[in-house]
Design a protein around this ligand. Structure first.
Ligand code: SF4
Ligand code: SF4
Length: 91
């Protein structure tokens, strides 16, 4: 029996969030904590810099974990404007 949860059945997305996560590369120490914590695997490291995938807003769970673990304050996270982003169907 599989215990895997299909999160796509639990949420719907309302488009129009714009950018709600920003990164200040000057502050980033390349510690990699954001890459480890993001369950959606939206942070990447290439050419000695960290970045979000281009379409992160279409996959992000708005959990804020990346913001919480970034000890250098390089990540800024704001919830998307009201009426956009994730709506959880359950919970
Ligand atoms: S957690 Fe912050 S400092 Fe560490 S790699 Fe990610 S953005 Fe850079
Ligand atoms: S808010 Fe959560 S899901 Fe979105 S990029 Fe950060 S860790 Fe990943």
């Amino acid at each position: 029996m599989s215990l895997k949860i299909d999160h796509k059945k639990l949420i719907m997305r309302i488009p129009g969030t714009g950018n709600f996560i920003t990164l200040d590369n000057e502050k980033c120490t390349l510690c990699g904590r954001c890459l480890i914590i993001c369950v959606m695997n939206l942070w990447k490291k290439s050419d000695d810099r960290v970045h979000l995938v281009d379409d992160y807003a279409s996959h992000c769970l708005e959990c804020g974990a990346c913001y919480q673990v970034c000890e250098s304050g390089a990540i800024d996270f704001r919830y998307p404007a009201g009426g956009t982003g994730i709506v959880y169907a359950k919970g």
